[in-house]
Design a protein around this ligand. Structure first.
Ligand SMILES: Nc1ncnc2c1ncn2[C@@H]1O[C@H](COP(=O)(O)OP(=O)(O)OP(=O)(O)O)[C@@H](O)[C@H]1O
Ligand SMILES: [Mg+2]
Length: 226
């Protein structure tokens, strides 16, 4: 199970102003793509459109699995997860927060426990499992948002500046986690960052944007998997 996301001349406008596009790009199944570009250039908008949270105003977006085009329904939407830069923390424990997505999908308790514990270990939050999630620090909350997504094992993982408020040590931790996901799973990862060094370190492919369009698209040489 592996998804490609194919955009052709996708345009998104707000109040008559084009903030994205025309954007043409294929995010290949099982690859990691890093998106860079200045504030307001359309990175988060791109992620929301790709994750089916917003429809484009023009152009087409398609999703394929082993060459077969998929119907754009709830089942497809549930194969994708977007982690926002600021995690919404709900009332309840860290465990409950990380379990949220699995529980709304009706997963049974032992399955939820196994997935959530694995996800919390991978972001270095297992020692906080019983803590009230609203008392986490901002960096811990951001890692909780990543754990909530990882627990779902999505086929496409969108990460919007996942290390923006995370310290150096845990940033390295999250970067390692993303590189391991890249190597060991078929997950398609699409991530934004403002850190060029980070982008070149973990990207299979790096896309730079300006004013809603692609201005650079290459495979960084430093990536050992390329
Ligand atoms: N719902 C909205 N209504 C009106 N304008 C919007 C809306 N969402 C985004 N925009 C505008 O679209 C542009 C692109 O925003 P977007 O959040 O995609 O940028 P970004 O590249 O993610 O920036 P940053 O690096 O600051 O996160 C910005 O000018 C923003 O103000
Ligand atoms: Mg953004």
């Amino acid at each position: 199970m592996s998804l490609s996301v194919i955009l052709e001349n996708v345009v998104r406008t707000y109040n008559g102003e084009t903030v994205l596009g025309p954007f043409t790009h294929t995010f290949e199944a099982g690859t990691t793509t890093l998106i860079m570009g200045p504030n307001g250039c359309g990175k988060s908008t791109l992620l929301r459109v790709c994750a089916m949270l917003e429809a484009p105003d023009a152009g087409s977006i398609r999703f394929t699995d082993a060459g077969n085009e998929l119907q754009q329904d709830l089942a497809l939407r549930r194969r994708m997860t977007l982690v926002f830069p600021k995690t919404t923390v709900f009332r309840g424990s860290v465990f409950d927060n990380a379990a949220y997505g699995l529980r709304i999908r009706g997963a049974n308790a032992p399955f939820v426990s196994e997935r959530v514990e694995e996800a919390l270990v991978s972001v270095g939050l297992i020692h906080k499992v019983r803590q009230d999630a609203r008392t986490l620090s901002s960096g811990e909350s951001q890692r909780l948002g990543i754990a909530r997504a990882l627990a779902l094992k999505p086929d496409v993982l969108f990460l919007d500046e996942p290390t923006a408020s995370v310290d150096e040590e845990h940033t390295a931790f999250i970067e390692d986690l993303i590189m391991a996901l890249d190597r060991q799973t078929a997950t398609t990862i699409i991530m934004t960052t403002h850190d060029r060094h980070q982008a070149e370190k973990i990207a299979g492919r790096l896309v730079a944007m300006r004013r809603g369009v692609v201005v650079e698209d290459f495979c960084p040489l430093r990536n050992p998997s390329v």
